[in-house]
Ligand binder design. Sequence first.
Ligand code: ADP
Ligand code: MG
Length: 718
Amino acid sequence: MFIINSGCNHCEVDILYFYEMNEFLQTSIEFLKGVGPQRAELLRKEINIYTFSDLLNYFPFRYIDRSKYHKISDLPYLDSYAQLKGRIVQVSEGGNGKFKKLTAKFQDESGMIDLVWFQGIRWIRPLLKVGVEYQLFGKAKLFGSTWNIPHPELAEYDSITVKTGLQPVYSSTERLTAAGLHSKGIERLTAALIPQIKGRIPETLPLDIIQQNRLISREDAFRLAHLPKFENDFHQARLRLKFEELFILQMEMLLRKKISMHKSSGFVFKEVGDVFNNFYNNYLPFELTGAQKRVLKEIRRNVMEGVHMNRLLQGDVGSGKTLVALLTMLMGIGNDFQAALMAPTEILATQHFETISEQLKDLPVKVALLTGSVKKKNRVHIHEGLEDGSIHILIGTHALLEDVVQFQNLGIVVIDEQHRFGVAQRARMWKKNTTPPHVLIMTATPIPRTLAMTFYGDLDVSVIDELPPGRKPISTVHRYESYRLRVFGFLREEINKGRQIYIVYPLIHESEKMDFNNLMEGFESITRAFPLPEFKVSIVHGKMKPEDKDFEMQRFIKGDTQIMVATTVIEVGVNVPNASVMIIESAERFGLSQLHQLRGRVGRGAEQSYCILMTGDKISKDTMKRIETMVRTNDGFEIAEVDLQLRGPGDLMGTQQSGILNLKIADLARDGQLVVLSRDEAKRLLETDPRLEKPENGMLRQIMEHVFRSKPDWGKIA
Ligand code: ADP
Ligand code: MG
């Protein structure tokens, strides 16, 4: 391979590490040879380069091996970017109005190809000189039957500055280019700066870590990132800088975890208690899975310690998180505390209430349900029961958070499907007792391990990675619209076997009206295909009154209707074991994790279940990848990994924790192994020097102090 893509599209971001606050690095860019006041002004305005340090951290986004060129005649066989050397023989402008096009005929000894531009024509045109030799970088595309290269990068070929080795490519802007600071101009600046850095870049990582991991020094990393000779140089440079970034982040997470453990003492659940034992020995509906047992032990150890529990419980849909939650709450009750279970929707809260009340019916545990639709009189009654301690478990929705809801002695809070709750809402649960209750957050959206380490690095994480026995894997297929009649035929067969069906439609905010119409049309066509009295069809969507929604949901749960047409309101948690088919309409419009969540509504009983992903005929490459992934696997963690690759960590985690996303070089989606490595190394270091007191860790200590000063509490989850 002769062109190395650094894989970083936004490396122009400045990295203003405070430890580069030494005099040399903080020198104004104006004073670098070849800059001066005017260019300095431009560098500041256009790409935020104020100082030497900023320039050092302005990394090339690609490197070109200048010693190697492709031929134009090779291009049709090359499905990648290529470097060419040749001359422009003619320039012309065509098209009109919005669709202007600039074309340059480019020739080398093997042939000719058109270079085309659709944008920036006004400033590119004057730069194109006929007869001058250019070095070109671009990718050939087939338009109709002719090949051309849209928007190539061009630089005048300059045999004097052409050395062997790799040429860095920096991103530039229109105004910088006009001032001579195109990629090559910036390269001249870094080339002027690099010789001066010798002995002036403080090392941030302890020597031991550098040696153990065979990293290069910080100084070498800057030198080789800007002026690599060999491919390996640039890899080494990036590896070093990425490792440093991730290592510092992991140090921070580990230290935060330590601090919060020291600071917040928590309730002690001395023993598992009688209620737990009684339930476990006499009323447990099934043998726990190995994973459930392991997680319970982890929780048990945690709540005995006198340390506040702040634990994330990850487990795929149907893995049996509710039972773990119940047993955890019983531990609290056995130690004279109250427990609360908060769910994101009324339907789900009600379902939890019904299951748990049923399971506890022979035990001296009082369970109450509090949702928005509980009537005033009942509500007051519940408030009293909570305050005098006669209610042991409160299950509900957001209504639990209201200030009027006060407990006598709340010891444990379980939050189901955490992604629906904001940080602020969770924080309100803390205020329900003088010491914050233990918190168990359950999520069925598996988070890839590397992300969990980073985003929830200050939380404890438990994972249920095993489904209860006897589950048949859901069989998932992709069907195009043209297949619909056969799909309906299949549904009839399933209904005749006594099964129930979900049919889910997308309802996205931006196109709400159209989606709603589609849903209604879909509902009508289904009632036509599945007519009364033989078939009964329910419908649930967000515009219905809560009572009506509930009524329809209940009809389906009881088996009075065989088909449930719905929007994603049923996404979370609902449990109807007899439902065996999930049809997802316009599956192309759902994200991967949402598809997986929806699919998790079936496959809960003993029967073989199916998920049918319906799409239009034309679907994008990304959609195809999502669909293929769904068809290939039922493993939520594997799906989460693919989702991470497709969407990137920002979209995956929501903007809530975006503070952590200010990574400059490392990429959580691609650098998974480095995340793990840096985590292990940070742990190892803190084991030998927990307070960073050793002289060799002095720099690190300063860095951490700075980090903690500049980023207060974003890590707090609950
Ligand atoms: P989720 O993790 O998605 O919340 P649930 O707690 O709703 O899953 O459990 C899914 C189904 O599996 C429920 O019907 C539950 O009763 C059942 N279940 C839970 N644990 C076990 C087990 N150890 N053995 C058999 N079935 C179980
Ligand atoms: Mg659940």
